[in-house]
Design a binder for this molecule. Structure first.
Ligand SMILES: *Cc1c(COP(=O)(O)O)cnc(C)c1O
Length: 368
């Protein structure tokens, strides 16, 4: 962990995003924040109190993430997307004991939960995941009814929800999502009166007919748009900014070069600042010679290749630059060239990957 790198997480931005999403879904629909992978890199430790107060549960990927939420004292609904099928019995039992809602997506996952419930002596709550076309996790749609019947006959297991996940809800072409939704709608009645959910951020924003009883929102809650197609329909505020301090400033002569591969040549006498962040901290190497950071509100280009723990930025045009100057590596202003979405575009990836990578190696602090 690098204590000299700081991810500042804005509580007010998250509150704003949750309010904006709530106004889209209306009163009767629950909002379940997706907090897998340390809140997409934003930091569970800092966000937990904000989210626990404003939402209707939590969704995580890994069993241990669910148990960590219980350790924090959370007593409400927690849905775990991945199965504990391959975990040891201790974790499987703990999930049942601590009343984590588990995902069932096959007969064998079902059996392992049933056995854990028997060992623990408690009824296990499960949501059935149906593959309606994503082609990933989930019982194939044509086998869903059979599995529902099976689960409903098992006394140690209570089916409390059914869900699916969309593959293309963030795309302009609406056909595939529409087919998934139709298929899901044809299965839902067989499950009876239980919690039905389908929408990720994109569907929450763009597909009101997918809201059902609950939406599972990740990226939008953290303030980024799921894709460029889903834009301007809801006002989102990115909640993360990342700061570092210059650890060196030096003069470089015209024609000299910097970094691995000497991949950048200075076309004039220049000054460079060394920023102590690199791809080991989740700053993508593909941003080498492409991205900018901001210092005193002015842009400084990343020059040369990003190394594991440091990179160089051109500060020639920024007056009065000293060692120790604050560097805004990631801006929470979505219009800034170093905003998450703009960096994602430059790195040819999605905002999700930027925040996930940046989050793991630095201090997180909650601001305003
Ligand atoms: C990650 C995930 C989500 C959240 O997706 P966003 O696009 O971040 O809103 C929702 N549902 C499932 C099953 C997921 O794996």
């Amino acid at each position: 962990m690098k204590n000299y790198l700081t991810a500042s997480i804005s509580a007010s931005a998250v509150r704003h995003n949750i309010a904006a999403l709530r106004s889209l879904i209306g009163e009767g629909v629950k909002l379940c924040p997706v907090v897998k992978d340390d809140c997409f890199g934003h930091g569970m430790d800092v966000l937990y109190p904000v989210l626990a107060e404003l939402t209707d549960g939590f969704a995580v990927a890994a069993p241990l993430e669910a148990l960590e939420l219980r350790q924090k004292g959370y007593h409400g609904f927690i849905l775990c997307f991945l199965s504990a099928y391959f975990d040891d019995f201790k974790i499987q039992d703990e999930l049942v004991w601590q009343e984590i809602t588990q995902t069932v997506m096959s007969q064998s996952a079902m059996t392992s939960i049933q056995e854990a419930a028997r060992r623990v002596g408690k009824v296990a709550k499960v949501h059935l995941k149906v593959d309606t076309g994503m082609g990933r996790l989930g019982v194939p749609a044509n086998q869903a009814a059979t599995l529902i019947e099976t689960i409903q006959k098992i006394p140690e297991v209570e089916l409390t929800g059914i869900y699916t996940h969309f593959a293309t809800a963030d795309e302009k072409d609406r056909a595939a999502t529409f087919r998934q939704l139709e298929l899901f709608n044809s299965i839902v009645p067989a499950a009876g009166n239980i919690t039905v959910h389908a929408a990720n951020s994109a569907a929450t924003i763009d597909w009101p007919e997918t809201h059902f009883d609950m939406v599972r929102v990740g990226i939008a809650m953290y303030g980024c748009h799921p894709s460029d197609q889903i834009r301007n329909r809801v006002d989102l505020k990115p909640c993360m900014s990342v700061k570092a301090k210059l650890i060196a400033v030096k003069h470089m002569r015209q024609g000299s070069k910097t970094g691995y591969g000497l991949a950048h040549e200075f076309e004039r006498d220049s000054r460079v600042g060394v920023v102590p962040i690199g791809y080991g901290d989740g700053y993508f190497r593909s941003l080498s010679n492409k991205a900018v950071v901001r210092i005193n509100g002015m842009e400084a280009a990343v020059c040369g290749r990003v190394s594991m723990d440091q990179m160089t930025v051109d500060v020639t045009d920024i007056p009065d630059i000293q060692v120790g100057a604050e560097v805004e590596v990631i801006s929470s202003d979505p219009a800034a060239p170093n905003g998450v979405e703009n960096l994602a575009r430059l790195a040819d990836t999605i905002p999700y990957e930027i925040t996930c990578h940046l989050g793991h190696n630095m201090r997180h602090v909650l601001v305003d």
